[in-house]
Design a protein around this ligand. Structure first.
Ligand code: G1P
Length: 270
């Protein structure tokens, strides 16, 4: 079955990046003149996605404006003999819808709001904090794996010990090169992480994830965690992790963002 739908959750407050995120969503942080979320949308398109739902919150209307057409600006560019710039402001060629998460109750809660959009089809989730520089496009590989194993698949990557506390970390059983069955998953382990394989913000789900998310109780901070939904799946059935090969930058951290900018400049020969 073709995987046609994607969810991009972009409703968080970006507390790690305050104060700028008070007015500029981290999804709009510039990377060579384009906002981060544009790269994520391009990755989805490259992977064959036809419909995207972006989950936003009240302070994120700039994301909607960005992907909309600006007829005034197009006309202005035409009038001023700058038509050659119009291609830069055209929206990407994919259907994008938006939904607002009223209360910041976590990633799992945001995804639950998307159930009617998904309408019982398989789908991908792309977390826009994680930007990939990746010629092969790891998401295509994750979708291929999903079709082979007929189970939900999570992208993971080797992460050094000191950074594991920032991610979901799996306990795994190797199936073959780069493919693991998930035996357990711990969200942001403060000590004794079960492995060095951390979730990188790319997932391919069967729609049954929703029934597991509905059973999740909010954590200490009141958030419904996606990781808790994944834990539910693995109790009943199989769920797999695929190790991704592309370079991944976590722009939710200052250091990740700076590294990405440097990397893009090197790419550009600057
Ligand atoms: C989320 C997930 C976590 C995952 C991470 C990837 O955490 O909860 O499991 O490893 O994204 O970036 P967040 O970055 O929203 O705190």
């Amino acid at each position: 079955m073709k995987v046609k739908k994607a969810i991009i959750p972009a409703a968080g407050f970006g507390t790690r990046n305050l104060p700028i995120t008070k007015v500029v969503p981290k999804e709009m942080f510039p990377i060579q003149g384009k906002p981060a979320i544009h790269y994520v949308v391009e990755e989805a398109i490259q992977s064959g996605i036809e419909e995207i739902l972006i989950i936003i919150s009240r302070s994120k209307t700039s994301i909607i404006d960005y992907f909309d057409r600006s007829i005034e600006l197009e006309n202005f560019l035409k009038e001023r003999n700058k038509s050659h710039l119009i291609h830069k402001i055209m929206p990407p060629s994919v259907h994008i819808q938006y939904l607002r998460q009223p209360v910041a109750n976590g990633l799992g809660d945001a995804l639950l709001l998307a159930e009617p959009f998904i309408n019982d089809e398989p789908f991908v989730v792309l977390l826009p904090d994680d930007i990939f520089i990746d010629k092969e496009c790891d998401l295509i590989q994750l979708i291929e794996t999903f079709k082979q194993v007929h189970s939900s698949v999570v992208g993971v990557k080797y992460v050094e010990d000191d950074l594991l506390k920032n991610y979901g970390v799996i306990k795994e059983n190797k199936v073959k090169d780069n493919l693991y069955e998930i035996l357990d998953i711990v969200e942001k382990p403060q000590n004794h992480p079960p492995s060095n394989l951390a979730v990188v913000g790319r997932y391919v789900f069967n729609p049954d994830i929703f029934s597991y998310l509905k059973k999740v109780k909010p954590d200490k901070s009141g958030e419904v965690q996606l990781t808790a939904g994944l834990k539910g799946i693995i109790v009943d059935k199989k769920c797999f992790a695929k190790e991704v090969v592309g370079e991944r930058y976590d722009i939710g951290t200052e250091v990740g963002y700076v590294k990405l900018i440097e990397r893009m400049n090197i790419n550009d020969g600057k």
